[in-house]
Write a protein that binds this ligand. Structure first.
Ligand SMILES: NC(=O)c1ccc[n+]([C@@H]2O[C@H](COP(=O)([O-])OP(=O)(O)OC[C@H]3O[C@@H](n4cnc5c(N)ncnc54)[C@H](O)[C@@H]3O)[C@@H](O)[C@H]2O)c1
Length: 419
């Protein structure tokens, strides 16, 4: 990572952040709703953290689960997190106690009826979410905002379950939701201006940086992550060392690479648990007991200090996997790795702008800087792309046989940046 930021990067980040708070077609005098009471559905990983944001800001929260054990677990985690904040000197004991006192745990769905804003954070399953929105429509008070924390799913389909689609939008928090700054606010086809303006205004009050996204799979951030992940997997099969892939991103300034991230999160998450059924490298690693940091080994071997060492066993598993698929492996340079990881993200970002899913290129920078650890020295992916040279990015993508969107090509030919 260079020690000097790109020219203008620091000022760009500040301007981008201020600009992200404005929604172009919403007048300053659009009426805001009062959010005096929040309902959160689901007290899992996300629901608990989402609730904490409001509790800390002085807004009472009712959190609803279907089972007592899950509710107790969720509330206990919130309590533990507040205790840790007190220990670190971030909150006084009284402030933490006051925040906890604003929390009402419940097993009754009907208790969400008093909320001005309901945020659902149940499992990522469209049928379940549709059912939840149909039920919320019958029960939420008139004028309430109904939000989903979905990572990928279509907000418009959820809105269609209600007789008040203007009330529905996405509030996509990032994990851990009480810590991460980014909030993607997903604007559905029928989301009301007043509802959107209200959520954009409440974001800074709960310590978040809000960016508006249109409805598309993965919204702005996860949509751009997909081509990077696809290239990481493709290069693995072509013979790149996975530690090189992680190291390229670390050297660029990311806090972590994709394989380190997998080890940290746990490779067994979502695994089918049948060691005989091996369809992916991940299946093979799980079958070998390599579940990530929690078992002391995943893609890497870990020592007591959690220092990672690339594993010869894993390299053999990958080579064997590629051989079974008839793929020849070759050495891949770090330059190629960097370009194949980052250039397709720029192309996806260009499509996001072209489709109007982001209001402006700098919003994409704000998303990636605050939600995914994109290094600040670059000013963000789209700012960095203009410095790298859009022409260079287009020819790089072509060299690797990767798609180039018409919008990116046109911008490159015009010799311009994005905004
Ligand atoms: N984990 C992440 O990193 C992350 C990040 C951003 C968004 N999301 C999204 O947030 C949502 C929740 O994810 P999570 O990681 O917190 O999942 P999780 O499994 O940790 O929690 C989901 C909770 O919802 C509860 N639940 C299920 N059905 C319910 C119902 N009908 N009523 C009330 N509670 C119900 C479950 O008991 C569980 O406690 C998903 O849509 C996910 O895509 C997750």
């Amino acid at each position: 990572m260079p020690s000097e930021p790109l020219t203008g990067a620091k000022a760009h980040i500040d301007t981008a952040r201020a600009l992200a708070a404005t929604v172009d077609d919403i007048a300053a005098d659009t009426p805001r709703k009062t959010i005096a009471h929040v309902g959160v559905l689901g007290a899992g990983t996300m629901g608990g953290g989402i609730a904490m944001n409001f509790l800390t800001a002085g807004i009472p929260v009712t959190i609803v689960e279907t089972e007592q054990a899950a509710l107790d677990r969720g509330v206990a985690t919130i309590g533990k997190n507040y205790a840790a904040s007190v220990k670190r000197g971030k909150l006084t004991e009284d402030e933490a106690a006051a925040a906890m006192a604003r929390l009402t745990p419940s097993l009754r769905f009907d208790d969400l009826g008093a909320a001005d804003l309901v945020i659902e954070a149940v499992y990522e399953n469209m049928d379940l979410k549709k059912d939840i929105f149909a039920r919320l429509d019958k029960l939420a008070k008139p004028g309430a905002i109904l939000a989903s924390n979905t990572s990928y799913l279509d907000i418009d389909q959820m809105a269609a379950q209600t007789a008040r689609p203007e009330a529905v939008l996405g509030m996509h928090f990032f994990s851990p939701a009480n810590v991460m700054k980014l909030l993607e606010v997903v604007r559905g086809a029928k989301t009301g201006k007043s509802e959107l303006a209200t959520v954009m205004e409440i974001a800074p009050k709960i310590g978040k940086i809000a960016v508006v996204s249109g409805v598309c799979p993965g919204f702005i951030g996860n949509r751009m992550l997909s081509p990077r992940q696809a290239q990481a997997q493709a290069m693995l099969m072509e013979g790149a060392a996975y530690n090189d892939i992680d190291d390229v991103l670390l050297e660029f300034g990311f806090p972590m690479g994709p394989f380190q991230m997998g080890d940290l999160a746990g490779l067994d998450i979502g695994w089918h648990r049948d060691p005989a059924k091996i369809e992916t490298i991940r299946d093979a690693l799980c079958a070998a007991g390599r579940w990530g940091q929690k078992t002391g080994k995943g893609y890497y071997d870990y020592d007591e200090a959690r220092q990672r060492t690339p594993s010869p066993e894993v390299k053999a598993i990958i080579a064997d996997f590629a051989a079974k698929q008839g793929l020849a492996q070759r050495a891949i340079s770090k330059d190629e790795i960097r370009e194949r990881l980052l250039y397709p993200m720029v192309d996806e970002g260009a499509k996001i702008i072209d489709e109007g899913m982001a209001q402006r290129a700098s919003d994409i920078d704000t998303v990636w800087l605050n939600g995914y650890g994109w290094p600040a020295w670059t000013g963000g992916p789209m700012y960095w792309a203009a410095h790298e040279g859009l022409g260079k990015i287009v020819s790089g993508l072509e060299k690797y046989g990767l798609p180039v969107s018409p919008f990116l090509r046109a911008k490159a030919e015009a010799g311009a940046g994005f905004d």
